[in-house]
Design a protein around this ligand. Structure first.
Ligand code: FUL
Length: 474
């Protein structure tokens, strides 16, 4: 996303009145004891996800593919003067990308159909600056088609990034003309290739080849996407469906509300006081549902650079990215850039597979799966209680709310009982889709999650517990 210099400030969250909290918390515990479908929805409704937003969040992991002329110039931002003849991947195989994504446990991929240099990876009618002018597949190729087809063949969702900033196109900066052209590009991408699950709008808004800056017609772009691909989610700083998390380091905010006030970030690339904070944390009393996407690269750059072959993130590092993104109520969009051959590098592919193996082994065995769960409406603790029936060593908790009717938990403490003495395992603020807490390994028989503050009636709270050492048979 466009770099933002806005300083971090605390979100001004309202505090729920004690009486309504007590009501909500008691109801929440009732809800906790019921399977999700048996619950009634009696609270005033809070913003909640659309079916597309819910599916997007449940996917947890998507791969981002930065590919284009920069791959061949060894740059991160092209200047728009690149000769299309340099685009010449020698062995492009989109099925290799999607197989690697599937093996990584990703459920979607997003390709840079056009980056800031303006070079289009599909044969567009809008400009000559595209694959059609390159030697690749003798000018007959279409990377977007191969990409989307490969995603669908593998049962994965396809998403597209179309940079609004275009350093090549002469119309850029001539606002009405370029907005028309950009809509034509969107129309080609969203009508030629079948279902597109996510459209990724970058907020960068630099100067074009004529030195002018463009005034983007965002409402028009958003309307067009909705009209052409009603089931796609749109990503940008300002949504409208999913929002940038505010950094490219791989960390969602804590707290992280999936609700936002749309007035806090009114357009992609907006800067100013409070913007970064709003992106990172959302807002407890936000009026719209707009969960955070955490985009980060497996390498230092977004595009492939041979000099970074030995700087691919380690499995430990990828695991900690998962904790700081999915584990903080976000979705992880992990960039893995194709090489000049048009393949994902073998190091990256091996790292992705090892990352998935690590997550699988980590979360294979929920040590609380057979626990007796209890609540009591008169319990002053307002807690979900788990009796594990035997001593169990745990080091990670996976907490979740059923977010289908909204996100509510604002503060909680997780306790474990060791020989009758309760001790704090972790404390936190928001939970949402998933909250992952790590703590010092401890052997416990009983665990208690106390919800100390909530913005409404939390639904379907779940508590899963894991060994700090990977799966152990019990
Ligand atoms: C940024 C762009 O400037 C980077 O090149 C990259 O595409 C990143 C995901 O978004 O705004």
């Amino acid at each position: 996303m466009a770099s933002s210099t806005a300083s971090i400030r605390r979100t001004n969250e309202g505090t729920m009145k004690r009486r309504s909290f007590l009501h909500a918390a008691t109801s929440a515990l009732v809800a906790c004891s019921l399977p999700p479908r048996a619950r009634t929805r009696s609270t005033p409704s809070r913003p909640h996800p659309s079916p597309s937003q819910l599916a997007w969040q449940r996917d947890e992991l998507a791969l981002f593919l930065h590919f284009g002329v920069n791959t061949f110039t060894d740059r991160e931002w092209g200047d728009g003067h690149e000769n299309p003849s340099i685009f010449s991947p020698s062995a492009l195989d989109a099925r290799q990308w999607t197989r690697a994504a599937r093996d990584a446990g990703a459920r979607a991929l997003i390709l840079t159909a056009k980056h800031h240099d303006g070079f289009c990876l599909w044969p567009t009618r809008t400009t000559g600056h595209s694959v059609a002018a390159s030697p690749w597949r003798r000018g007959q190729g279409d990377v977007v088609r191969e990409f989307v087809d490969a995603c669908h063949a593998e049962g994965l969702k396809a998403g597209l990034y179309l940079s609004p900033w275009d350093r090549n196109n002469p119309a850029y900066g001539d606002s009405p003309r370029y907005n028309d052209l950009y809509c034509d590009q969107l129309t080609e991408l969203l009508t030629r290739y079948g279902p597109i699950a996510e459209v990724w709008f970058d907020g960068a808004n630099g100067e074009g080849p004529n030195g002018k800056r463009q005034i983007y017609d965002w409402p028009r772009f958003f309307r067009l996407v909705r009209q052409l691909q009603p089931n796609a989610v749109m990503f940008s700083d300002a949504g409208p469906d999913v929002r940038w998390c505010g950094n490219e380091k791989g960390t969602a905010g804590d707290p992280n509300w999936s609700t936002v006030n749309p007035d806090a970030v009114t357009f992609p690339g907006a800067d100013g006081p409070g913007v970064t904070d709003a992106l990172q944390h959302g807002a407890r009393d936000g009026m719209v549902w707009r969960p955070a996407e955490v985009d980060v690269s497996i390498r230092p750059g977004w595009f492939y650079h041979p000099a970074e072959d030995d700087r691919v993130r380690t499995v430990d590092n990828l695991e900690s990215l998962y904790f700081s993104s999915v584990g903080r109520n976000g979705k992880l969009l992990l960039n893995v850039p194709p090489t000049r051959e048009g393949l994902l590098h073998s190091t990256d592919v091996a790292r992705l597979a090892a990352f998935r193996a690590r997550l699988t082994s980590f979360f294979e065995l929920d040590l609380a799966r057979d626990a007796r769960r209890a609540y009591s409406p008169i319990d002053p603790d307002r807690s979900v209680k788990l009796d594990l029936d035997r001593p169990v060593t745990i080091g990670v908790a996976r907490l979740a709310e059923d977010i289908t009717s909204g996100q509510c938990v604002a503060r909680y403490t997780l306790y474990g009982a060791v020989d009758g003495d309760w001790r704090v395992l972790s404390r936190g603020s928001t939970i949402g889709y998933t909250k992952l807490d790590r703590f010092e390994p401890v052997t416990v028989r009983r665990v208690r999650l106390t919800i100390e503050d909530a913005a409404g009636m939390p639904q379907g709270i779940s508590v899963k517990l894991y060994s700090p050492f990977g799966p152990v048979a019990i």
